[in-house]
Design a protein around this ligand. Structure first.
Ligand SMILES: *Cc1c(COP(=O)(O)O)cnc(C)c1O
Length: 314
């Protein structure tokens, strides 16, 4: 089977992911309807926004005849895992540049072990190099050290202009379905594309899962690259990161487990749990008028092996 055939199989047109209402007292009490956009069901191995962001990049890599893919991520990165899986499914080699050279030579955690099992070659970069990976000289040196030649480079988190176009499709699927469409944010690429795709009258709300940062500025910059300027109506709801990336305090764990038990929907802890928590809190605080319909994008699924472990290195 050649690469183009494999690509067609991987990217074959999929119906819009399901949108379904859940009846939850925390919302109903305030006259707010909650819909879940089950993007976690879009692909079994590249769930949710990872499929949306990777699909146009994989097409570009295969069309461009690149011999492989290279990308960047932390030790628990869902994006690294999705890229590794895409490489296996496409029969294309992948290299992952991983933050933290202290990890080199140590046993791999479950997430990196999955990457390796999918054939991804891992290159561990020092934290200072990793931080400067977007500077041209640092990037060139990193790629040379990783032994990467003419590979197709996908940025950290997979967020580039093509990725935003893939996420705009998610927005188009949701046009007219809800007053507010909410999504958890890491790099903000999904929100940036989603907001553009919702079109006039649509409103997107992003819930950052990382503490601090300059996410608003990054989203504006991503939209400039992808669309030439600001696109869509979006805002950020700050203050729901629960201590930082991959931190899952006991009250958040209990909330996520409760939601799963009530609705039979698996709740990914690093992003989706924080999104649902934020919507519950905002609704209780009266942020949405009675009669509002909210759509929460379920951007991913929990690891089969259980909830993600906290990334103590971040
Ligand atoms: C990667 C990821 C996100 C973050 O997406 P960004 O485009 O980087 O903001 C959200 N949810 C899940 C489940 C993810 O894996």
């Amino acid at each position: 089977m050649n690469r183009t055939t494999r690509l067609d199989l991987l990217l074959q047109p999929r119906p819009p992911s399901p949108l379904r209402e859940v009846r939850d007292d925390g919302f109903e009490r305030h006259g707010v309807r909650l819909l879940l956009k089950r993007d976690d069901l879009v692909h079994p191995e590249l769930p949710g926004n990872k499929w949306r962001k990777l699909a146009p990049n994989l097409r570009a890599a295969v069309r461009g005849g690149h011999p492989g893919l290279v990308t960047f991520g932390g030790a628990y990165s869902n994006h690294l895992r999705a890229t590794a899986a895409a490489g296996r499914l496409l029969g294309i080699s992948t290299v992952g540049v991983v933050r933290g050279d202290e990890l080199a030579g140590r046993p791999l955690n479950a997430s990196l072990a999955r990457c390796a099992a999918d054939g991804m070659r891992l290159h561990f970069a020092s934290r200072s190099e990793y931080r400067r990976k977007n500077e041209p000289e640092v990037r060139a040196a990193l790629l040379a050290a990783a032994g990467v030649g003419d590979a197709y480079v996908i940025p950290e988190g997979g967020s580039n202009a093509l990725a935003l176009s893939g996420c705009a499709e998610l927005g188009r699927e949701l046009r007219g379905e809800a007053d507010v469409v909410a999504v958890a944010c890491g790099t903000g690429g999904t929100l940036a594309g989603l907001a553009a795709g919702l079109g006039p009258g649509g409103r997107a709300l992003g819930v950052p899962v990382l503490a601090g940062g300059f996410l608003g500025e990054e989203i504006r910059s991503l939209q400039r690259q992808a669309f030439g300027g600001p696109a869509g109506d979006w805002t950020l709801a700050e203050g729901f990161h629960h201590g930082g990336y991959a931190r899952v305090p006991a009250e958040l764990e209990a909330f996520a487990a409760g939601f799963e038990a009530r609705h039979g929907v698996p709740v990914e802890r690093v992003y989706v749990a924080k999104l649902l928590w934020a919507l519950t809190e905002l609704t209780a605080a009266g942020a949405f008028p009675r009669g509002t319909t909210l759509a929460a994008v379920v951007t991913g699924a929990p690891e089969p092996s259980g909830p993600a472990q906290a990334d103590s290195s971040r």
